[in-house]
Design a protein around this ligand. Structure first.
Ligand code: ASP
Ligand code: MG
Length: 464
């Protein structure tokens, strides 16, 4: 079970966690804990602004205050666990202070960045574990950098499963499979370590990923294959559309891993897109549940099963730029696409959508609006492109419609009919071979209307 920062806000939130533990009292549990709300941002902000000692001190005391506030609410003053939690905060904040001094001296190297960000989870998870102990529950705190071994990519590390499995087998299974004791385990989300011991992080919002990586490794190393991941959130689950576009959109009750990957990538950031990779192969189910309503029958389940007769979700990329590279002369010449994408990759620009007609005259692709200038400049600076191609760009929005049903002609016809009713012009489209996602590029100004009319007209195809 993963508890995000929004589940750790005050005493009543911690009480709710006890209730959840009681509901799941008959199963073995591992908790993955995120930083308190806003702490990761605060740590980052602090690390980025170390010029003035007074500002750094202010940031550190703010971080301290947030944790002390929680401690004072959830523990009895001067009790054993209160004191332990307080001492921990003192100790860790002094380590953080040392880290800030190093950063001032050596600069914010990628390693330091991850190290600093790791403090959020290290503080919250230790406190969480002390809370369980204070309630008479048996529980151990395990920082993930003891068990989750990752690649060296600071800020966006990937698990090295063989090494991680080995650690899980050695450090987690003996606790979990001990028949005499019912011990819970509290693991820090978001962080890991590389082979030589430096702390790494899995990318922002990465605690979801920690939970699925643990499930993956337990599945491989443990005897019990009956494993489930539950992500407790402050929402009921994944919605078919972000509520900023449509009022009270319905909840997606079930979807498969592929559909979920698409939705997580575009969606309202309820689910970390990378985290499905870890559980898909072993068909480990994942639930997203509202931590306020643990017995609610409305939640999202991601598993092998899906209703093939449904559209699962619509999402939008609001700030996108479409770039089109056109040439009448260079058709049938191998390597043009390679050159385009090499130029993007050299400039670290991510391309999220590609369309080329089979005449090869024109290729269009989407980049983030923030990268658009860089992308155009890079193409214009290349002699190959400026001599033979016409390069155009425009700010646009992209709508993604996800679900197996989108493979049907009838559904596509309905989508285009809906847009036609509102006179909304489709500027480009893309769907990979047999892919369950259709992307439609339109004018930015039309985004709201487009999503609404598609939602209204295809209402019956959605889950409700
Ligand atoms: N605390 C980290 C973040 O804010 C990880 C997480 O919340 O999942 O990005
Ligand atoms: Mg967070």
């Amino acid at each position: 079970m993963k508890f995000g920062g929004s589940c750790l806000t005050d005493k009543s939130a911690f009480n709710k966690i006890l209730r959840i533990i009681d509901i799941y009292k008959d199963v073995k549990k591992i908790f993955v804990i995120s930083a308190l709300n806003g702490i990761t941002d605060l740590l980052l902000k602090a690390a980025l602004n170390l010029e003035e000692a007074t500002i750094t001190d202010k940031n550190i005391s703010l971080i301290e205050k947030r944790h002390i506030d929680i401690i004072e609410q959830i523990f009895e003053e001067d009790s054993e666990h209160y004191i332990k939690a307080k001492d921990w905060i003192d100790e860790k904040l002094s380590e953080l202070d040392d880290a800030f001094a190093d950063i001032k001296e050596f600069g914010l190297e990628p390693y330091y960045r991850d190290y600093v960000l790791s403090f959020g989870e290290i503080l919250s998870t230790y406190i969480f574990n002390q809370y369980l102990l204070s309630k008479g529950l048996d529980s151990v705190y395990i920082p993930a950098n003891k068990i989750l071994i990752t690649t060296d990519e600071f800020n966006n590390a990937y698990p090295l499963y063989d090494l991680t499995n080995f650690r899980i087998k050695r450090l987690i299974l003996p606790i979990l499979e001990n028949p005499k004791k019912d011990i819970m385990i509290c693991v820090t989300g978001f962080i890991g370590r590389n082979k030589i011991g430096y702390i790494t992080t899995l990318g922002r919002g990465g605690s979801d990923y920690t939970a699925t990586i643990l499930a993956h490794s337990l599945y491989i190393t443990g005897n019990d294959k009956n494993i489930k991941v539950i992500l407790w959130k402050d929402v009921d689950g994944l919605l078919v559309i972000n509520p900023i576009y449509v009022s009270e959109p319905s909840l997606i009750k079930n979807l498969d891993y592929d559909e979920a990957k698409h939705i997580a990538n575009f969606g309202a950031k309820v689910l970390h897109p990378k985290c499905l990779e870890a559980i898909e192969k072993y068909k480990i189910p994942l639930e997203i549940r509202n931590f306020d309503k643990p017995l609610n029958e409305y939640f999202t389940e991601i598993s092998e099963e899906t209703n093939r007769e449904q559209i699962k979700g619509i999402s939008a990329v609001e700030l996108a730029t479409i770039v089109s590279v056109t040439s009448g002369s260079l058709v049938n010449v191998p390597g043009v696409l390679a050159k385009i994408f090499k130029t993007m990759s050299k400039n670290k620009i991510n391309v999220s959508f590609v369309a080329q007609s089979s005449s090869e005259i024109s290729t269009s692709f989407i980049v983030n609006a923030t990268d658009s200038e860089k992308a155009i400049q890079a193409l214009n600076h290349s002699k190959f492109f400026s001599d033979f191609f016409n390069i155009k760009w425009e700010s646009v929005a992209v709508i993604n419609i996800t679900g197996l049903k989108i493979l049907e002609n009838k559904t596509k016809a309905e989508v285009f009919n809906a847009l036609d009713k509102k006179n909304i012009k489709v500027k480009a489209i893309s769907q990979s071979y047999n892919e369950i996602n259709l992307s439609i590029v339109i004018d930015k100004e039309n985004l709201f209307d487009a999503i609404n009319i598609i939602h209204d007209d295809l209402y019956e195809e959605f889950e409700s």
